[in-house]
Design a protein around this ligand. Structure first.
Ligand SMILES: [Zn+2]
Length: 446
């Protein structure tokens, strides 16, 4: 009987043309409040059927349970697409300004994302010898991990060290070679840096933004999008006019003007938001209580939390970084609010290394005055647009990859409810949250 069911499941998978890594059961989620990521209002009493790695059916009411399907009772719960963080730097590829290759740091860090409901991450700067093999292992289902997309080196961002995955360019003629090296790794995205010295705008490179235009054409010809790190409004405008595909940050040095807001919205160039990286540096000087949420304690060990609260805090205080960043954070939040208002495509991006910080990023949208339903779209559909993967990811619709998060409480009622993760499904497989390599699962096991 079981053998028969299995054979039927295989047959179904073949007929549907699905190439899932493992033979998964169908999953039926019943009577759930559906928030599909498109911005449509929440729909109570909905059902979602997952077959293989994809969503087979979305219904406003009941669906007949297929034989052998796993049923998840959704009553009183909220189903959202798996969150996508479009800007992280995975731990284990750099340390103290040098490239390293340490998977023992990477795997627990990846698990912090899954535990927080983040089913896709995009690494925007790392040691290529570290990040691309991990990405390939994820795609081959050899590791338990969110989906990984990666840029490899940030081209022109060494500031004399490898921090942020930077690789130094020696001049205009060096740029193409650096980009081709990343294309050789099948980079999912090219990241360039256009922000002061050691970047494409640095003193060693002339002829920008024409150079940026060439880079975008070259990478796009190879089917790869180009994202840019920028700091201020003027660089943002120049890069936008040069035809950049996406931005790795919203501007922080100053506020965008009306014409630029309109222009970036009209061109539909997605922007990874990255407010939390600056906000945390600014606020850690005055307050570390935000590191004491249940989610942080579940996912980060005490040593890592202590490091943030004591050493990092001291460094940011004495260096004056915290004070310096405070007005910048105000600019950043103002820009995010204004960009959203103008109809620009904001995409969740934390520029951090742990899942709870992706959720902190969403909290900052709320602080910028963005409605919570729109925050979900920013963290799902818009992030998929950023990656150029909107056909597969980011919304709950028939045919999309089944990356889903079931929440115990309504994320449109309170931003803190994003942390009420009940069940995480990636590619039609239920992630065993209790098996993740995280402090919450290690407690009492000694
Ligand atoms: Zn970054």
């Amino acid at each position: 009987m079981i053998a028969n069911l299995k054979r039927l499941a295989v047959l179904g998978a073949v007929v549907a043309g699905i190439s899932g890594p493992a033979l998964a059961s169908d999953i039926l989620i019943t009577d759930v409040t559906l928030i599909d990521g498109t911005g449509a209002p929440p729909l109570a009493g909905a059902s979602v059927l997952v077959s293989g790695e994809r969503i087979a059916l979305v219904s406003p009411s009941d669906i007949r349970k297929p034989r052998g399907a796993i049923v998840i009772k959704g009553k009183g719960k909220y189903l959202i697409p798996g969150l996508i963080d479009t800007h992280i730097h995975l731990r284990g590829g750099t340390e103290r300004g040098k490239f390293i290759n340490d998977r023992t740091l990477a795997i627990p860090a990846l698990h912090t994302f899954l535990y927080s409901g983040v089913t896709t991450v995009n690494d925007l700067g790392n040691n290529p010898e570290f990040i691309f093999p991990i990405r390939d292992d994820e795609r081959a289902a050899r590791i338990v991990s969110p989906r990984i997309f990666a840029a490899g080196n940030a081209i022109g961002f060494p500031r004399r060290t490898a921090e942020g995955g930077g690789v130094q360019i020696t001049g205009r003629n060096d740029v193409r070679g650096k980009i081709d090296a990343m294309l050789g790794y099948k980079a999912d995205m090219i990241k360039i840096v256009y922000d002061g010295t050691d970047s494409l705008r640095g003193e060693m490179v002339d002829g920008f933004p024409g150079l940026v235009r060439d880079i975008v054409h070259h990478a796009n010809d190879h089917g790869t999008m180009v994202t840019a790190h920028i700091g201020g409004r003027e660089d943002f405008k120049l890069i936008l006019d040069a035809g950049i595909n996406t931005f790795a940050h919203a501007p922080i040095r100053d506020r965008l003007d009306e014409a630029t807001l309109k222009s970036v919205a009209a061109r539909r160039v997605p922007i990874s938001t990255t407010a939390v990286v600056f906000s945390n540096i600014a606020r850690v000087a005055d307050d570390t209580s935000w590191l004491d949420t249940p989610l942080f304690h579940a996912t980060l060990d005490e040593k890592t939390l202590e490091l943030q609260k004591v050493e990092e805090r001291q460094r940011y205080r004495t260096s004056g970084m915290s004070e310096r960043f405070k007005p910048l954070v105000d600019n950043m939040l103002w820009n995010l609010g204004a960009l959203h208002e103008a109809g620009a495509i904001l995409a969740l991006g934390s520029d951090r290394t742990y899942g709870p910080m992706s959720l902190q990023e969403i909290e900052l949208y709320a602080k910028a005055g963005i409605p919570l339903l729109d925050c979900i779209t920013i963290a799902t559909r818009n992030a998929a647009l950023y990656l150029g993967r909107e056909h597969d990811l980011g919304t709950i619709a028939r045919g999309k990859l089944a990356d889903l998060v079931l929440l115990d409480a309504d994320p449109t009622a309170n931003v803190a409810n994003f942390a009420t993760v009940n069940t995480v499904i990636k590619g039609g497989q239920i992630i065993d949250l209790k098996a993740l390599d995280l402090p919450v699962n290690r407690k009492g096991r000694k």
